[in-house]
Design a protein around this ligand. Sequence first.
Ligand code: MG
Length: 179
Amino acid sequence: MRIALDVDGVLADVIISWLNYNNSIRPEISKHQITSWEFWNNFNIDRYDFYTELSSCWKNWSSIPTTEKNLSSITKSLTEIGQVDIVTARERSTNSFVKSWLDHHEITYDNYVSVIDGPMKADLDYDVFIDDSPLNAKKFLTHKKNVILYSQPWNQNLSENNINRISNLSEAIKIIKSF
Ligand SMILES: [Mg+2]
């Protein structure tokens, strides 16, 4: 079983860091208000600015919180049932920060795979994708991949039957065992 594990929004709650920054320079937004993937349109924020700021948050990686506790033991359990690769879409310059963050939180994984944009992940040879992006999830389905959607405010509208929605990463273990 080859498992592709996303970072932003699944392991790293990087939106919290971005919100801290955003709220210091623009009108305040809270996480529950981010109810769509392209939320920047609702707040008149330029998409390019958002992604640039997100990359800046990664430069300050040590302040990015985890999405939940015990990610170290949960990812260790995942590697016992399959090959777990970190598969992440990002600006190349941030990869070293992400790796430092993963090490710091003792996340267990086999390989680190970086792609230019999220939907490109679907072209990679994995049996299951654990991701929070509704756009990626739809593309995984069209490629007949198993999808485990990590529940976040921005993916609540996605309700396709064959998507396994989880609220905690530990739920992924039981689901993968059932594939
Ligand atoms: Mg993500």
